[in-house]
Design a protein around this ligand. Structure first.
Ligand code: SF4
Length: 406
């Protein structure tokens, strides 16, 4: 059995430290369709392009409903997702169910027809644009297929305000002299169209292909100087600067800015590239629960022992059935002495005491919790509400914990 530290204060401190950085996608996952890519970026944290399994049509058919059931938002990614023949169909499938999704792309294969499709079908797009001139773009991406700025311009003219466009620009020594002119170009587009909504500037993760190109990595001073220069320009853009080189120091716990479901069936974390477990076996929500309950703790403890984990142990999910109160009322409001409930058929039901409070709380907490907190008087009130046809009990199965298995 895996021994986990019981030093909860220390764990809590680490978690806080950890969350300061990049845990930010509890409600969303990236669906990585392929590791093929039209670019060969000198910094690619996944080391793309590379061969290996891809999401098959069957995978996508089984995964998409799970994502919807788990109520997760998701974005298509890769490699370059538009190299996968199913990217349009999965986007259309989601939109057809009222759940538009996002896409993370280098834009190199996006045609004018695709721009129309994207504007109508997707919810958001994140474009990778790292340079203004073809030469510098080539130095960064080892590819002549560059359409980012053109797609940004055309898409920005097409979409409405709800559609979110963000741009990711990674900073290395070769593109540093071009960042100000590139931002000026973004600003021109923004002045005309109100887009993009956000520009994310950061140094790349120190993993994957970047480890072979460390001579291109800016020093903290170079990064700070560039940041200062950008800030002094007062761009009319929403620019986010990521923290410099968080994962440079391996003594810190690794971090995850995104949760990606990979074709080989694993959740995937940036930083130390940790595989979490198979979505073929666990639902994405179970993988997320595992990560947030135990993942960072296991990684942290491995780091303390000087190990770098590549994969986390398997786990079992614990579920429980919770009873909730469904209020069958059109409305309810507080009176001086109690509460008046307007039933669905228009009848009024009035009772003395703290009924209003109980009805409010019942929307927020399961019954057991409320009964424990408020005792016998609450139970009587609930009986009264059920007896009066104002409320009924229903059961929901919820995930509540995970157990690591050897
Ligand atoms: S960083 Fe993105 S665009 Fe560049 S090689 Fe990797 S997957 Fe392709």
């Amino acid at each position: 059995m895996l021994e986990l530290s019981q030093d909860f204060e220390e764990i809590e401190r680490v978690r806080e430290e950890y969350e300061k950085y990049r845990i930010r996608s509890k409600g969303g996952v990236n669906l990585s369709l392929t590791h093929r890519c039209t670019w060969r970026c000198v910094f690619c944290y996944k080391g793309c392009p590379r061969s290996g399994p891809e999401m098959t049509a069957d995978d996508l058919r089984s995964l998409a409903p799970k994502l919807f059931d788990d109520n997760l938002s998701f974005s298509l990614t890769g490699g370059e997702p538009t190299l996968h023949e199913a990217w349009r169909s999965i986007a259309a499938y989601a939109a057809g169910r009222g759940r538009k999704i996002g896409m993370i792309t280098n834009a190199s294969r996006i045609s004018d027809e695709d721009i129309d499709f994207i504007a109508k079908t997707l919810l958001s797009i994140k474009l990778s644009i790292h340079a203004l001139t073809p030469q510098t773009a080539y130095e960064m991406t080892k590819s002549k297929e560059q359409r980012g700025l053109e797609v940004l311009r055309k898409l920005s003219q097409k979409v409405d305000g709800c559609f979110k466009i963000s741009v990711t620009t990674l900073i290395l020594r070769p593109n540093m002299p071009e960042i100000i002119p590139l931002l000026e170009e973004f600003e021109r587009i923004h002045d005309e169209t109100g887009k993009p909504d956000r520009i994310g500037l950061s140094v790349p993760y120190l993993t994957g292909s970047m480890l072979q190109n460390l001579d291109l990595y800016p020093s903290p001073e170079e990064w700070e100087n560039l940041k200062r220069e950008i800030e002094s320009q007062g761009f009319n853009l929403n620019i986010d600067f990521e923290k410099y080189g968080v994962n440079y120091n391996r003594a810190l716990p690794p971090f995850s800015s995104c949760f990606e479901l990979e074709p080989d069936g694993y959740g995937y974390f940036e930083g130390l590239n940790i595989k979490v477990g198979s979505w073929r076996k666990h639902s994405p929500k179970e993988l997320l629960l595992f990560w947030y309950r135990k993942g960072y703790q296991i990684v942290y403890e491995a780091l303390k022992r000087g190990e770098i984990l590549r994969e986390l142990p398997d786990f079992k999910v614990k579920k429980r059935v919770q009873r909730w109160l469904r209020v069958k009322a059109k409305d309810y409001f507080e009176t001086e002495s109690g509460c008046v409930v307007v039933l669905e058929d228009g009848r009024l039901f009035e009772f003395e005491g703290r009924g209003y409070f109980a009805l409010m709380l019942a929307q927020l907490y399961p019954l057991e919790k409320l009964q424990d907190a408020y005792g016998e008087s609450f139970r009587t009130l609930i009986d009264q509400l059920i007896g009066g046809g104002i409320a009924e009990i229903y059961e929901v199965e919820t995930l509540f914990d995970v157990e690591v298995v050897d």
